[in-house]
Design a protein around this ligand. Structure first.
Ligand code: ATP
Ligand code: MG
Length: 210
């Protein structure tokens, strides 16, 4: 299955992508994880990304389109993939449409803005493997330590309150139009985000109809 996940920042898209990846045995391609890794390693892409990311702005379309067309051409994407964070603008969706990559379904995960703000303002992320936690809703077994790899948990720079607000605005203006775009193509499925991760996963799998 070649799936696009759409949702506001902090809606739990990354967590669901992980679950679906296990469920279907296909990789998740997370643009945020790719960009943060490049920032950490101070690559050319990382230097460009850093200029935008902490202001809650999007990386320019031509840069993202190039990064993703490279990534999706890797062998591990042959049997399907889950896209977490791409496309995020109409220009990116149109570039994907023009490419040779076929998309089977687009899943929109619906979560209210209030829920998003409370989730983002307690979020922790593993510095090593990028698994996310929440101080209150999804705490790690041992404070500050990743359950999966033992890495150190930190608060993302772009989870600061001012940046969260900018990211939500960016989402509403630039990404939300994709909902209609994919609805018109007949690819859109909608799932309601629930309080518990497993309940959301069940909704998502039901919405995907498999
Ligand atoms: P969440 O981590 O909950 O998914 P998010 O969707 O805002 O929240 P990421 O997907 O990790 O966060 O992305 C972080 C930042 O990376 C974005 O705010 C944006 O600056 C940049 N980014 C990620 N994907 C894209 C994209 N497709 N086009 C442009 N910029 C992007
Ligand atoms: Mg993400």
């Amino acid at each position: 299955m070649r799936l696009i996940l759409l949702a506001a920042p902090g809606a739990g898209k990354g967590t669901q992508a992980e679950k679906l990846s296990e469920h279907y045995g296909i990789p998740t391609i997370s643009t945020g994880a790719i960009l943060r890794k490049n920032i950490k390693e101070e690559t050319e892409l990382g230097k460009v990304a850093a200029q935008y990311i902490n202001d809650g702005k999007l990386i320019p379309d031509d840069v993202m389109i190039q990064v993703m067309s490279d990534r999706l051409s890797h062998e591990d994407c042959k049997n399907g993939f889950i896209l977490d964070g791409f496309p995020r603008t109409l220009a990116q969706a149109e570039a994907l449409e023009k490419s040779t990559i076929e998309i089977d379904k687009v899943l929109m995960l619906n979560v209210a803005d209030e829920t998003i703000i409370s989730r983002l303002s307690g979020r922790l992320e593993c510095e090593s493997c990028a698994t996310t936690y929440h101080k209150e809703f999804r705490p790690p077994a041992e404070a500050g330590i990743c359950d999966k790899c033992g890495g150190h948990l930190t608060v993302r720079d772009d989870d600061k309150p001012e940046t969260v607000k900018a990211r939500l605005e960016t989402y509403h203006t630039q990404t939300e139009p994709l909902i209609n775009y994919y609805k018109e193509k007949g690819l859109l499925r909608i799932a309601a985000g629930k309080e518990k991760i497993e309940d959301t996963t069940a909704e998502v799998i039901k919405a995907l109809g498999e």
